[in-house]
Design a protein around this ligand. Structure first.
Ligand code: TXA
Ligand code: MG
Length: 313
């Protein structure tokens, strides 16, 4: 348990919240949709902390929050449709899934290793002020324990996460109360999640109907929409040692090529997971992985490794 600070909607509260985020802390903050559980999106360790605090059994990619379109364009590549939607609806309850720029300093855990990133500009004065003062992209899922409903007041956040996060910035109730609408624009504008911005408004802006994520015409290749990074190489789980020709992804004090955490720390291992998987995959060899304890963040790590190891075409 840690002491969760209650921060009020004033200059001191804002300064403290931004300082905590910049130092790698977890801060719940209000947006117009729901409260988000924020962490510095450039800091792997901080982002891993989000999954630990929420007790998430898997690594869903997270939405990154920025103050304006310029900040978003530094991170993601916009096509014409994305630019049109951003101009019409940002700041607001619209999240765009776009190609991640290779040079953007985003922690791989934010995107769960994908080549795309979900990004939005919230329409909430306190969230805006916090993003400007933090001066970093902030990754934030809804600020509730996994499997519970999304919080729309600071009291909801406290009920679920008190003692598990560094601070709650209290900005009163969220005006929209429903998560953002998620759209991928490439290759075709597609509704990935209905939410606070009606799909009709988006279709009117584009002058064309949106594909639904369930449409037959929608690309369903792994990683395309459904958010599963899979290495090209075969994965062998629960490996005590590497076989000849394998590259070894280790955990704990063990002989290996890439170590998720020498100290056997699951938060550190989560922070390193996607970066090390990409690095191991880049060797072109089959990958052997040490056993990972199946508790806490270890469950999320094992879930991801099992998916990565599953037979595929
Ligand atoms: O209103 C909201 O969107 C709130 C506030 C805090 O901004 N945030 C929120 O985040 O609802 P979260 O983590 O609960 O939902 C993020 C969802 C993921 O479940 C995933 O489906 C989708 O966004 N997502 C994120 N990155 C993606 C990607 N690269 N490709 C496809 N889907 C992605
Ligand atoms: Mg959620």
């Amino acid at each position: 348990m840690i002491e969760t600070e209650r921060l009020s909607n004033d200059a001191a509260g804002l300064a403290r919240a931004a300082a905590l985020l910049r130092a790698g802390g977890l801060v719940a903050f209000p947006t117009e949709t729901v409260y988000g559980l924020g962490a510095d999106a450039t800091n792997d360790r901080a982002v891993a902390g989000i999954f630990a605090a929420k007790d998430r059994p898997g690594f869903n990619p997270l939405i990154v929050h920025v103050a304006d379109l310029d900040a978003a364009r530094a991170i993601a590549r916009f096509d014409d449709a994305a630019l049109r939607l951003a101009s019409a609806f940002w700041p607001g309850a619209l999240t765009l899934v776009l190609p991640l720029k290779p040079d953007a300093a985003i922690a791989p855990l934010v995107t769960a290793g994908l080549a795309t990133i979900a990004i939005r500009v919230p329409d909430h004065a306190l969230a805006q002020a916090l993003l400007r003062e933090t001066a970093r992209p902030v990754a934030a899922p809804s600020a509730n324990p996994s499997g519970r409903i999304s919080p729309t007041t600071a009291a909801h956040v406290a009920a679920g996460l008190d003692g598990r996060i560094d601070a709650i910035l209290d900005g009163g109730p969220c005006p929209v109360g429903l998560e953002s609408t998620i759209i991928a624009t490439m290759p075709h504008p597609t509704l990935l999640r209905p939410g606070g911005l009606p799909a009709e408004a988006i279709e009117a802006c584009l002058g064309a109907p949106l594909l639904r994520a369930t449409d037959a015409a929608t690309p369903t290749a792994p990683g395309q929409l459904a958010s599963h990074y899979a290495p090209a190489a075969a994965l062998r789980l629960n490996a005590a040692t590497r076989h000849p020709g394998e590259v070894m992804l280790g955990f704990g004090a063990t002989d290996c090529d890439f170590n998720l955490s020498v100290a056997g720390d699951l938060t550190e291992a989560a922070a390193n997971l996607f970066g090390h998987l990409h690095a191991a995959d880049a060797t072109g060899k089959p990958i052997a992985v040490s056993p990972i304890p199946d508790h806490g963040l270890g469950r999320a790590i094992n879930d991801r490794l099992r998916r990565a190891a599953a037979p595929r075409d």
